[in-house]
Structures are given as C-alpha cells and as structure tokens.
Ligand binder design. Structure first.
Ligand code: ADP
Ligand code: MG
Length: 406
C-alpha cells in the first residue's frame, strides 16, 4: 500500500529499498477527499457514494475480532511473517473453513493477515479502500479478501493465502528457495496480471489500480497470478471526463511520467506500470536499483534502447532464461513492453489489447516442452562488460526462506 510521505525528496532518500518506496507530491495526504468525478457507471456510482459503515456492512466479508486474528496467527509470530509492505506486515494464519474461527496451525484453511502499522499515516484510508474495492470483486486474477478487523486502533485484512508469495520474490531473490522462473511461467504470470488489470479497467468496473508492481502480484501453487493490495485503487473518470485529478501516489520506477507531472490519472497509467513489470519479467532486474552502476539504476531508462533493437535485446534479457525462448518470442514481448511504456499515453495499448498480445505468446505446455533455440548469448556477455558485482548470490532468510514457498 502507499505510504504518504511529506515530500518527494524525503521519499527519494528511501529509494535504496526501491520496490516498496512510494511517493506523493507535496499537496497533502487526503486520500478520501481527493477529487474524482461522479461517474455514470452504476457500479462505480454505488461504490463512490458509500460511507464507511455502508462499505463494511454491505460486503460479504467476515468481521474478525482482534483476538481471533491474534489466535489465528499465533500472536503474530515473527516466524509467520509472509511479507512486509508500506502498510505493515503480513502473517500466515489458520481458520476453520466453515465457521472462520481460529484453528490450530496446520488445520483448517490457511490465510494471510495484513496488520496495519500503528504509526501508518494514512493507513485507515488505504485499509478502507481495500475493503471497498477488493471486497466487491471476485475474479480469478484478484486475490480474495475474506474479512477484516476494525477494533480500537487495530486495522487488519484477511486474505486467501497465496502459497508461492510475490512475483518480486521469484524474480529477484536468489537462493535455493527461489529457483528462477521459467520463460513460460513468466509469460503465464504476465498474462494473468494483464487479465486482472483488464477486468479492473472494464466498462462495468472502471477502476484504476495505481500500484502495479511485482510485490503486489501474488502466485498460487500453479503460478496463477493474482493482484493484491488495493490500498491505492481509485474509481476511474466519469464517462465525460478523460482523467481523474488526484494526488500522485505510487511507487518509484513504476509510475507513468504524465501522472507524476500532472496528477492526471487514467487507466493508461496502469498500462505504463504493467510495461515496467514486463521489462522486469524479461530482464530479472528491478525497476529501481540503486546498487547498480549509474545509468542502469532506472530500468526503463536503461533498457529502452536495447528493447527496441532486436540484435541488442539479449543485453536486457535475464541470462537465467537462456535456451527457453526464441528471438522472435523475445522480440514480440519486448515490443509489447515498449508500447506499454510509451511516453505518450495514447500510444500505449489498452489492457484488453495487452491480453490479446500475451495470449498469442503463451507457451502451450507450461511445465513441459523442449527448450527452444535461444538468442546468441555472447553478444550480451560482451555488452554487459564488467557488471559482475550484481547481488546475485545473496540468500535471503525469513520470510522467503520459510518452507511456505517451497
Ligand atoms: N495473500 C497473501 N499470501 C501470501 N503472501 C502475501 C499475501 N498478501 C501479501 N503477502 C506478502 O506480503 C507482502 C506485502 O503485502 P501487500 O499486500 O503488498 O502489503 P502492503 O500493502 O503493505 O504493500 C507481499 O509482497 C507478499 O510477499
Ligand atoms: Mg504491496
């Protein structure tokens, strides 16, 4: 979820931890009142008018007590942490499938419990946004929200458990618990995430997700991706409007340049973020990485010219994918990514178009098939020159090293 920081400069100093670094501009932190227009779309209309009480009452979500979630997570045990974000920590827990009451670890169904940090500045608004949006949707590529807790100062959310954790972990973490994602799995994840976004952008839903990044794409046991973390989601513009004017919220490296410059938010802002994720998927590099040599820290700035040139594409492609794709497939995927990160929003495809393009690129049998003739790797090695000091051998302990993702 987004955190409301005082200024961009303040946030920028946190960029080393890039994936979760979020920023806002300097014009305030009032998420609830930031001005979106009144929509004619009925679902959007209904959603906008709902008060907090209505949101909580109308959802089919279970209202958990704090004590129940404490019991379900074994008192929010340190070794049950599944992940951390701007909002707080996410814990593994267990509940009974029928009664939804806490059960002993290892019995009933597994849940993920997100617990708001006590000092989170705008946590309540983001917490409510998740209940409001995610609580209404049911889609194979959106994580299921089971319930929430609103008690005194406590704000928690209860989701279905996603056994393989985030795409971020699979792309960037090294060590025996995270084998490199195969080419076919990467395309499968890209397509599923695109379908989730296309659903959000569809005429009846009309939602702008605003925080697409690898840590918000979660994977089930079959590598089916689901979008999670709806704290920054926003109703799209009314029929007669081109954009929503709002504060700039998002994550460094993923946010569309025109949105950062003007505060004008459109579905095409999400398409830009999707393009950044696609470049991360292709390259195995983070959108922002301060540990890289200057000139390579912002992935999109660095990768753009290589992505556009079929012969230089191998400079960008993740060398752990060697032998798994044809140059044609890689080129098509790179071209799609480039269209998504066009500076001019009108040149970006819609998410429906992205879905169609990715459907064409899927590998028929995700778990099998012979390796395909690959791009000649020697050119990449030459071009990468001395970039050997990448942190490729770091083994990450908890939470990724727990047996949860094995
Ligand atoms: N349902 C879930 N199942 C498994 N892991 C999860 C789940 N939800 C979140 N996580 C882990 O916790 C991390 C942070 O969750 P997220 O919802 O993005 O929180 P924040 O709003 O603080 O960014 C994710 O990147 C992921 O690693
Ligand atoms: Mg997140």
């Amino acid at each position: 979820m987004g955190s409301c920081l005082g200024t961009q400069i303040k946030a920028e100093s946190q960029c080393n931890a890039a994936p979760n670094s979020k920023y806002v501009n300097t014009d305030g932190c009032d998420l609830s009142s930031s001005g979106s227009d009144v929509s004619k779309a009925s679902a959007t209309h209904t959603r906008r008018r709902r008060s907090e009480g209505e949101i909580l009452q109308s959802s089919n979500l279970k209202s958990f007590s704090y004590a129940e979630l404490k019991a379900a997570t074994r008192n929010f045990r340190h070794d049950s942490v599944l992940g951390e974000g701007g909002f707080g920590s996410v814990f593994k827990g267990w509940i009974d499938e029928q009664s939804l009451t806490a059960t002993k670890p290892g019995t009933g169904i597994v849940i993920a419990v997100k617990k708001l940090k006590q000092d989170s500045l705008q946590g309540h608004d983001e917490w409510l946004a998740e209940v409001n949006f995610l609580g209404q949707f049911c889609h194979p590529h959106l994580v299921k929200l089971i319930g929430y807790c609103l008690e005194d100062e406590h704000r928690l959310l209860v989701y279905e458990f996603m056994p393989r954790g985030s795409l971020e972990n699979h792309l960037f973490r090294r060590g025996s618990y995270f084998q490199p994602l195969s080419w076919s799995h990467r395309l499968k994840v890209a397509l599923g995430a695109a379908r989730g976004l296309a659903f959000l952008h569809s005429a009846e839903t009309k939602v702008i997700y605003r925080d697409l990044k690898t840590s918000n794409i979660l994977l089930d046991s079959n590598y089916n991706p689901k979008l999670s973390d709806f704290g920054l989601a926003k109703d799209g513009p009314a029929e007669d409007k081109s954009h929503v004017s709002t504060r700039v919220l998002g994550t460094y490296g993923y946010t569309a340049p025109e949105y950062v410059a003007t505060g004008h938010l459109t579905a095409k802002s999400d398409v830009y973020s999707f393009g950044v994720v696609l470049v991360e998927i292709l390259s195995g590099r983070r959108a922002m990485d301060r540990s890289r040599p200057s000139g390579q820290r912002n992935l999109v700035d660095w990768a753009k010219s290589y992505l556009a040139n079929k012969r230089k594409l191998s400079v960008v492609l993740d060398n752990r994918l060697e032998g798994q794709y044809t140059i044609e497939e890689a080129h098509k995927t790179a071209t799609l990514a480039l269209r998504c990160i066009s500076i001019e929003p009108k040149l970006r495809p819609t998410m429906d178009e992205v879905v169609s393009a990715l459907e064409q690129l899927q590998v028929p049998n995700v778990n099998g098939g012979k390796p395909k003739p690959s791009v000649n790797r020697s050119s990449r090695r030459k071009s990468e020159g001395g970039v050997k000091n990448e942190k490729t051998s770091t083994a990450y302990p908890r939470p990724s090293a727990s047996a949860l993702y094995a």
